[in-house]
Every structure is written in C-alpha cells, then in structure tokens.
Design a binder for this molecule. Sequence first.
Ligand code: NAD
Length: 243
Amino acid sequence: MNLKGKTVIVTGSSRGIGFAIAKAFAAKGANIVINDIKIPDETIEEIKSFGVDCIGIVADISDFEQAENLVKGAKEKFGTVDVLVNNAGITRDGLLLRMKEKDFDDVIRINLKGTFNMTKHASKIMLKQRRGAIINLSSVVGLMGNVGQLNYSASKAGVLGITKSAARELGQRGITCNAIAPGFIKTPMTDVLNEDVKNAMLAQIPLGRQGLPEDVAKVAVFFAENDYITGQVVNCDGGMVMQ
Ligand code: NAD
C-alpha cells in the first residue's frame, strides 16, 4: 500500500512504541489518528509537523463501544481507515502464586480483548473498501513465555492467534494482518524495570543493546507497505528468539 494520504489508527500512541509508529507513518505522508487514554496536545502537534493531518481520540480500547466510536471518529474525519496498528498494551507482572485475579483480567481485557474490539470495528470498513492492513503488537514473551508474566505472555500469545485467524478470514478482500514481536525495547513500560532485570534481559540479546521504538516502527511500516505478506510474525528483538 502506498501510504501517502491514507488513514492510520495507532492505539496507545501518545508515547513509547505507538508514538514512534505514528511518526513513522506520518513521515510516509499518512494521516494519523492518535488514540490513548489521555493525549497531550504536543503529541498531535509533533505529528502535524510532518505536514500531515492528525487527530487525537481518547478511548479505552478494551471497551467495545469506545473502540467502535474511535473507529467511527477516524472514518468521519478522514473518510477511510486503511491501517490499524493495535499497539495499546499493559503489564501487571508477578509470579503466578502472587498474581491477583484482577491483574490477569486487566491484562487480558486490554491486550487481547482490546485487539479483538479494534480489529472487529476497523475490519468492517476495510472489508467494504477491499483494502487494509492490520498490525498487532505481540511480544517475544508470547512466543517463549516469561517468569512473572503469565498474564502478559498469555495475552500476547492470544494476539498471535487473532493475527493468524484474521489473516485467513480477511485475506480474500485484500486485507493483511501481521504481528510484530518486540523483545526488550526502551520505553516507559520497560524503564520501570530494576537494573538486575534489565541486565539479565540484555545478556540474552545477541546484538547487545536494548531496542528502540523506531526499530519496531520500521517493521510496522514494512508490513503496511507490502500487500503480499499476511499472517506473519516478525521478531524485532536483536536476536533474542531465533526460530
Ligand atoms: P507504553 O506503556 O510506553 O505505552 C503503551 C500506551 O498504551 C500508553 O500510552 C498507555 O496509556 C496506552 N494504553 C494502555 N491501556 C490503554 C487502553 N485501554 N486504551 C488505549 N490506550 C491504552 O508501552 P510500550 O513499551 O510503548 O509498548 C507498546 C506495545 O508494545 C504494547 O502492546 C507492549 O505490550 C508491546 N511490547 C513492548 C515491549 C517493550 O519492550 N517495550 C516489548 C514487547 C512488546
């Protein structure tokens, strides 16, 4: 897909990987819908500085109706929804025996159900257009599991299931659906980890450095631009997981 003038929704994009993805699509000339649970004005202004149009829509994507209104708002403003990046996600880490039921439910509701909500609402528009690209943020942890992240790894493995099933269902109408599995990326989500955990993660990375949000953003643009790749997972992890 040529991204110039197209409409891209990035969920959870006021910071971190989502914001880098929004900027990468704006640099390609796409109009951007920033979504988050709160959106600073500077975020919108920075996207507009690429010479594209940008709106912010505050919505909790884990809520079915709020997700629907987000997609409707994008369509009302720009007339189409061409690319959906399901990026919003949370962690509530803890060992299994200490993990509270709420921590499990919240992570599944936002990371997995939120991806379902947005994919369902956006694909309705894409099916009519016979064009679209859906890009889901999974994680290497969804592939290999992790101590203290049973809830998160379950949600991210589930995102891979959504990705492959949606790719099979929507492919006939020219819609691709792919996933990115980032490793250890420098964002507010990982900045809170203690130094021991960070060093243990770094020791597992053959390329010897933490990834940057921009490394992940390049993969998202690649998926959107290529119309003949669907149902795939690309690890963006400095070599942490090799399959
Ligand atoms: P982040 O915490 O910096 O940003 C996530 C954003 O999502 C936040 O702005 C947050 O407000 C928003 N959000 C949370 N719940 C929301 C909801 N219900 N509705 C709308 N927005 C919501 O995280 P990040 O590190 O930039 O991660 C982005 C994505 O990449 C997540 O899905 C995460 O699981 C995934 N990921 C990150 C890493 C990493 O190392 N940082 C690794 C693998 C996967």
